[in-house]
Design a protein around this ligand. Structure first.
Ligand code: ZN
Ligand code: ZN
Length: 441
């Protein structure tokens, strides 16, 4: 049996879907022509994953934590710190971080109604100029404020000061045609006065942003061009600096990440992955998937766990574009050729392909449906499934498993798993130690 095998771990964001009328009641993954994915399903093992727990719609951050073998309920610090890490902010103890969305709102008297939570996926120069205006807000009630734009409609907000809390509710209602929400302390907040103070500052910040952006020349121009204006920025997912066992400590792999989106870089960075920037990787459907896979194979020389994140599948699902999603899956399948070639020659490589949640393209948001998975490698027990899609894999050999079980399964497939109950390593019960702690004679 092969020992110390290597892994390429591909996450196609929002992969899972439902049958849609316009594709003849097939899912985008069923509709797409995917000879490489089907070949991999044929020579590998397949199944379904409940990423967090059956029926629970995951966020991308908690989903990736689970896929990397962390408990997504007890080890989840909130979204803000991941976004901050992805941007490159190292959080300090007296800071609170938020994920922020540019959004389109309508003023109806004293409330603002959310019309689009992504302001028509605003990006480029428009987002940059609005960001400059938001950055003029540098302090509220003695608390220092930092804001940065990341990708498309996304940004990061950081408060720095004494007596701040992350135990507050979101301003973003996570839905449209409902009001912009007032942030308040969570019921169970440990420090209510800190939570009240922080929530007040968030609310003040959101109002100041609205004043700055509502008649901003960029928004006037967007309206003239028939684009959605971004008159507000909606914070959510408040979180503080936290400590978490690194991925290499927990699983024994030396990991690297290839991702363009700030959140995915952030999750990887927080867990101690190195990151590789790939030219042409954009985090959008126009991304160079082939380049990402090529870099992934090159990275196997230096690393033994390569995480590749591809966002376009989720983006097209949120846009409710099932055909676009199917075409993008075909583009991914095409690019997979290079990995398929490698896996035929490389008997140390295990390849895993899955999604981080379902984003059905007729619904446009994350749901709790389980997600298809396939694994190919030298120690994998092949099953009878010859196609990779939501329906075929229901009968796959992996059955239906939880997201956080995948890493342990990969330890077995890579010949790294330590027999349960052995006490030969102080750091972990899971994998065979790399260094033996020899007794001196
Ligand atoms: Zn996702
Ligand atoms: Zn999504």
């Amino acid at each position: 049996m092969m020992m110390n095998g290597k892994v390429i771990f591909v996450v196609l964001d929002g992969l899972g879907d439902l049958p849609v009328r316009e594709l003849g009641w097939k899912t985008p993954l069923q509709h797409a022509k995917t000879p490489n994915l089907d070949y991999l399903a044929d020579v590998g093992i397949t199944g379904l994953i409940d990423i967090i727990s059956p029926g629970v719609p995951p966020g991308s951050d908690s989903a990736h934590l689970a896929l990397f073998g962390y408990d997504p309920i007890h080890e989840y610090p909130g979204r803000g710190p991941f976004e901050a890490a992805g941007y490159g902010f190292a959080l300090e103890d007296n800071e609170v971080a938020f994920r922020v969305n540019f959004a389109t709102v309508e003023n109806v008297g004293k409330t603002l109604i959310v019309k689009d939570r992504r302001a028509g996926r605003i990006s480029g120069e428009d987002a940059k100029e609005l960001t400059e205006s938001i950055k003029e807000i540098t302090e509220i009630d003695g608390v220092e404020i930092k804001f940065a734009h990341t990708l498309e409609h996304r940004g990061v907000l950081i408060f720095k000061g004494e007596n701040l809390s992350h135990e507050i509710t979101d301003v973003d209602p996570h839905a449209i045609n409902v009001p912009v929400l007032k942030s308040v302390p969570l019921k169970h907040a440990k420090n209510i006065s800190a939570a009240e103070k922080t929530a007040n500052i968030v609310n003040k910040w959101v109002k100041l942003v609205y004043e700055k952006l509502k008649d901003h020349p960029v928004n006037m121009k967007r309206k003239r061009e028939g684009k959605l204006p971004a008159q507000i920025a909606l914070p959510r997912g408040a979180g503080k600096r936290f400590s978490i066992e690194s991925f290499s400590e927990r699983w024994g792999f030396k990991p690297v990440g290839i991702a363009a989106g700030a959140l995915y870089k952030g999750v990887a960075r927080v867990l101690g992955f190195d990151l590789i920037d790939v030219p042409g990787a954009t985090g959008l459907p126009n991304t160079d998937v082939y380049a990402k896979f090529k870099y992934a194979i090159d990275a196997l020389k230096k690393y033994d766990f390569v995480f590749v994140h591809i966002k376009g599948t989720d983006t097209l699902s949120h846009k409710k574009d099932p055909l676009g999603k199917a075409r993008f899956i075909e583009k991914i399948d095409n690019a997979l050729e290079i990995i398929v070639d490698d896996i035929k020659r490389n008997d140390e490589l295990t390849l895993l392909i899955t999604g981080d949640h379902a984003t059905p393209s007729k619904i446009g948001y994350h749901t709790g449906h389980p997600v298809p998975i396939l694994i190919v490698g030298p120690n994998v027990r092949r099953d009878d499934i010859k196609m990779f899609n939501e329906f075929a894999v229901q009968k796959g050999g992996l059955g239906r498993i939880l997201g956080q079980h995948i890493m342990q399964i990969l330890l077995t497939y890579t010949g790294r798993a330590l027999e349960y109950g052995l006490k030969v390593s102080s750091s972990s019960l899971r994998y065979i130690p790399h260094k033996w702690n020899a007794l001196d004679f």
